[in-house]
Every structure is written in structure tokens, then in C-alpha cells.
Design a binder for this molecule. Structure first.
Ligand SMILES: [Zn+2]
Length: 99
């Protein structure tokens, strides 16, 4: 099997085999937990901002604490979140978006 270019949308790992269409885009995740964390984070940001659609989403950090920067038009929102083992958000708060 040839090596694929797949990079997990959440953690950047290149192994795994979970595909999910999110907002019309086909995204690759290394595992179900990453998929769940990704979806939970987007949902949380949409809930907090009231935005219907997120145009760009960037993740940094690890499972103990991720920083997610989402953009919609001119606006951007940064959420700090930590997760449990199942990929559910345990704690989330808005962060400064100057980084
Ligand atoms: Zn991953």
C-alpha cells in the first residue's frame, strides 16, 4: 500500500483511518477520539459565537489542553479546551486570540 498524505485534522498524526465529512469537506482523523474532540470543539465554538459556519479552524496543543482558533469572515474566536478520554470536552474557555 502506498503511503497516503493523510494528516489528522486534529492532532496532525498521519496514521489511522477515520474519515468524516464536516461542513462539506472530507476530513481525515487518526482515531475516533480525535474525530469526537474535533466535532465537540466546533460545536462548542458555534454555540458560543452563534456562527453558522466556521471557515478556518486551526488546532494547537495536545489532549490535556488544545487551543482552537476558528475564523468566520473577519472575525476570529479562540477557545481553550481540555477533553476526557472519550473525546468529550471537560473544560472550555475563551482565550485571547492574539497568538
Ligand atoms: Zn489525531
Amino acid at each position: 500500500m502506498p503511503r497516503t498524505e493523510n494528516i489528522c485534522a486534529l492532532c496532525g498524526s498521519s496514521w489511522g483511518n477515520v474519515w468524516r465529512t464536516v461542513g462539506g469537506r472530507r476530513l481525515f482523523f487518526c482515531c475516533k477520539v480525535c474525530e469526537r474532540e474535533y466535532l465537540a470543539t466546533l460545536k462548542e465554538i458555534k454555540k458560543r459565537t452563534g456562527w453558522k459556519k466556521l471557515e478556518a479552524v486551526r488546532f494547537e496543543g495536545g489532549r490535556r489542553g488544545r487551543r482552537c482558533v476558528a475564523k468566520s469572515g473577519e472575525k476570529s474566536y479562540t477557545l481553550m479546551a481540555s477533553y476526557d478520554r472519550a473525546g468529550r470536552i471537560q473544560f472550555a474557555s475563551e482565550a485571547e486570540s492574539d497568538l
